[in-house]
Design a protein. Structure first.
Length: 315
């Protein structure tokens, strides 16, 4: 009896650390391309029931590019609140709704980032040549973008459905599809003004102290009002995360996210392929809730925002 009880307790501890927390709920917060559909990770278990998440992200970036065909200046700070609701509607099937709310401004992090670079001897790039805490989102080439004042807008509403081919305490394999409606603002850069679709696969593997999860898929815009019709290209995306439990309450995670570009005939590095790396901690709380927080860096320089800090809760 005692060995059986010990085995059941061990299984409960392992499964308790694997409840819908295998990937950070993150995506690229690039102000110029966030209007295109990029699904959030879909790492819930098939039998999780109703779940809710709210993730707050604070992003600061300064990117400058000039060539004979395109010019780009992205200098600003954005605060995003990503909301999701998810539930089951049949055995092996789940649905999810996601909606972001985004505020752009000059922010307050520029002096902090400048001091960080000085203290650790890191390259400052173009930051010494621009005033702190200003907002300038400018692009010309494949269309024109011009934002110079603070703004707040909702983003595009996405509805997604997932089918679970396999789901147990050791492994999850699922296939997801999504459709995003143009409920956001083209002028506010929170929508591309068109319907978008996505199809992706999710896989997760669990051991006593480790979790490995990954996703790969494609997105397709059905139009584009951001880049004068050039942002219609099919884009591939992928993400992978490795998590290590640190006892019953804490876990640590590293995650890598990347995607290909949407804008046809653009040579801009900031509008092309991107690669981001994130590091963070998870804290399990009472009941089904847990807290996650950390930061995101552009692993491939100048392909994504300089820095994003995030904190989120979900059940």
């Amino acid at each position: 009896m005692r060995p059986r009880l010990a085995a059941l307790l061990g299984l409960w501890l392992v499964c308790g650390t694997c409840r819908a927390d295998e990937l950070f709920l993150l995506r690229d917060e690039n102000p110029l391309t966030r209007g295109f559909y990029l699904p959030l990770p879909s790492d819930s278990r098939a039998d999780a029931g109703a779940t809710f998440s709210a993730t707050f992200l604070l992003t600061n970036t300064l990117n400058v590019e000039n060539d004979p065909h395109e010019t780009l200046l992205v200098d600003g700070e954005s605060d995003a609140l990503n909301l999701t609701y998810e539930n089951s509607f049949a055995p092996q099937w789940r649905y999810r709704l996601t909606l972001p709310v985004i505020h752009d401004s000059g922010g307050f992090l520029d002096p902090v980032i400048n001091a960080w670079h000085r203290w650790f001897g890191l390259p400052s790039g173009s930051r010494p040549y621009f005033r702190n805490n200003q907002i300038d989102y400018d692009y010309s080439g494949q269309g024109n973008i011009d934002v110079h004042s603070a703004q707040t807008h909702i983003g595009d509403l996405a509805g997604e459905v997932g089918w679970y081919a396999s789901d147990d305490e050791h492994r999850t394999l699922s296939l997801w599809g999504g459709l995003e409606a143009p409920t956001g603002s083209v002028a506010g850069l929170t929508s591309d003004g068109a319907w978008n679709a996505a199809l992706w696969m999710h896989g997760a593997w669990r051991w006593t102290h480790w979790q490995l999860a990954g996703e790969a898929g494609v997105t397709q815009p059905f139009g584009d009002e951001l880049f004068a019709g050039s942002g219609h290209r099919t884009s591939g995306f992928g993400r992978v995360a490795l998590t290590r439990t640190l006892g019953r309450a804490w876990s640590v995670r590293a995650q890598l996210d990347g995607q290909t570009g949407h804008v046809e005939d653009s040579d801009s590095r900031f509008l092309g392929r991107d690669l981001q790396v994130s590091f963070g901690l998870l804290r399990r709380m009472k009941g089904r809730w847990h807290l996650e927080f950390g930061f995101v860096e552009d692993a491939a320089v100048n392909t994504a925002p300089d820095i994003t800090f995030f904190i989120g809760v979900r059940n």
